[in-house]
Design a protein around this ligand. Structure first.
Ligand code: MN
Length: 251
């Protein structure tokens, strides 16, 4: 199982979630919302097998935390994984778009100076803008669009730009999410929960709840759950080998 976008540090008992995820052999990418949270989460995770920590600055926090951008850019050299980053153009956050864009731009520059990173990207209400920034930074690495909710033509553009996608049970429960997922190249799809922010019936989604997304993808792709798991595991290996090739200057 793969949870490629999970806020491990935001659970009530992160230690317990970490232990259970490791016991179930669930790969977890723990995204963080501030550079300081990265340090704490890294200490928590330690050398737990199959759990990685991404350094990020959530777009919704860009207004209050943009002074931490230099710290974030310094930390980009310490991990292959950067996120949660991106832009949020929804009603509540639209007024901060210009500061969000400066922040996003800085972090993409930092990713470029480090020969590219694996980035987990938020784009709610701002898919086209996010894609404009990514297009301007073709060497920033591999963008993985988290819970993509743009239009079909924005999706087509994201695919052309080489984006990957992480999809979760919440996204696949809706008809629009399922339609978008069915149009994504299957070799560029991973699963996620966005827990504990994403909830179901009042409960925070746990990393192993990606099982539900595996079943939903099985229906979309006409594959068994085991077949879906094999494919997702291969995708994750390919994503990482692309990163390593870039590092070694082969690609
Ligand atoms: Mn998130």
């Amino acid at each position: 199982m793969i949870d490629f976008h999970c806020h491990l540090d935001l659970y009530e008992d992160p230690q317990d979630v970490l232990r259970q995820a490791a016991r179930r052999r669930c790969f977890v990418l723990a995204v963080t919302t501030t550079p300081l949270a990265w340090e704490g989460t890294r200490a928590l995770v330690g050398s737990t097998h199959g759990v990685k920590v991404a350094v990020g600055l959530h777009p919704e926090l860009a207004v209050t935390r943009h002074r931490e951008i230099d710290k974030l850019c310094d930390l980009v050299s310490e991990t292959p994984y950067v996120g949660e980053i991106g832009l949020d153009g929804s009603e509540r956050n639209r007024s901060s778009l210009s500061i969000q864009r400066q922040t996003f731009e800085s972090v993409l520059n930092a990713c470029e100076s480090n020969r590219g990173r694996i980035m987990t990207i938020h784009s709610r209400g701002a898919a086209s803008l996010v894609l404009d920034h990514l297009e301007a930074h073709p060497k920033s690495g591999t963008p993985v669009m988290h819970w993509f909710s743009g239009t079909q033509s924005e999706l087509a553009r994201a695919i052309d730009l080489g984006c990957w996608f992480s999809v979760g049970p919440a996204m696949l429960r809706g008809a629009k999410g399922r339609l978008l997922a069915s149009l994504m190249p299957i070799e560029r799809v991973l699963t996620e929960t966005d827990g504990p922010i994403a909830r179901r019936r009042g409960h925070a989604m746990m990393p192993w709840d990606v099982r539900e997304a595996e079943v939903q993808l099985g229906t979309l792709w006409n594959r068994s759950t085991t077949g879906v798991q094999r494919l997702l595991a291969r995708n994750l290996r390919n994503l990482f080998s692309t990163y390593e090739h870039r590092r070694s200057g082969c690609a």
